[in-house]
Design a binder for this molecule. Structure first.
Ligand code: SF4
Ligand code: SF4
Length: 246
């Protein structure tokens, strides 16, 4: 399978893909996932695939889709794209959906998988920062499959985990510690402080009133210079942030 064809398809849809051989994943992650699966799940999977939107193209594609009218448009569109990807490029049937989380299923460790992929660097925003896309990416679909081998560039192999973690620490230092932290000044609730954990309680209390400018907007996230060219537009940001109130 040519790397370009799948890469071009992902870019067109504002997505990126990371693949793990199941045998390469840390035991703790495998155990968490196995525990979350329903008991009758076919567990002959060999790979875990993680799909993320990155930047605004995903939302633009969604707006041009009939699934924009769906009650859960982001999840429905994400799953349709993952199914399309599976059928077009992977061509094997088994597809055990891990995320979006099927009803009754426990949560799977998305953030840890994102960390292994190098997509998730801690930040004072309470969101993982991506070195390229900053705070403008999100996990969309994770699934288990017996995929035909994808091009090598999509795989994160066990040997790379340690390297990625080290890289992540270094990039974290570069990304936030050497930044003037405009996110701090932009937050009207003082919920964001460089070097401290995100104060979710302060943020929540400030956002809760419907008249709050933060009800469906985040000034701190918008102020981050990392990946600013990939920012979501206000409609997309409002859609994601309104999920808090559902
Ligand atoms: S939503 Fe508002 S209060 Fe919460 S972090 Fe963003 S800017 Fe601060
Ligand atoms: S604005 Fe600077 S300190 Fe704040 S999250 Fe972005 S890179 Fe980190």
């Amino acid at each position: 399978m040519p790397t370009e064809s799948i890469s071009a398809w992902l870019e067109t849809h504002g997505l990126r893909l990371c693949a793990f051989h199941w045998k390469d994943l840390p035991d703790t992650i495998c155990e968490l996932i196995q525990t979350a699966l329903p008991q009758n799940t076919n567990t002959t999977h060999t790979q875990l695939l993680l799909l993320s939107n990155a930047g605004p193209n995903f939302w633009r594609c969604l707006q041009g889709s009939e699934l924009a009218q769906h009650a859960e448009p982001v999840d429905a569109f994400s799953l349709s794209l993952a199914t399309n990807l599976q059928q077009t490029f992977i061509k094997t049937a088994p597809f055990v959906q891990l995320y979006p989380t099927p009803i009754g299923q426990q949560h799977i460790p998305l953030m840890r998988l994102g960390g292994l992929a190098g997509w998730n660097i801690p930040s004072p925003l309470g969101l993982g920062l991506d070195p390229q896309f900053g705070p403008w990416s999100a996990y969309r679909v994770a699934w288990l499959t017996q995929a035909t081998e994808l091009p090598k560039s999509f795989y994160v192999l066990r040997d790379a985990f340690k390297l990625i973690d080290l890289d992540a620490l270094q990039r974290s230092a570069e990304l936030c510690v050497s930044c003037d932290a405009p996110c701090e000044a932009a937050c009207p609730a003082n919920a964001v402080t460089l070097g401290e954990s995100f104060n979710i309680q302060r943020c929540y209390e400030h956002r809760q009133p419907e008249h709050s400018a933060c009800h469906t907007h985040c000034f701190a996230r918008k102020a981050c210079p990392i990946g600013s060219e990939y920012q979501y537009d206000d409609a997309q940001l409002a859609h994601h942030m309104s999920m808090t109130w559902r």
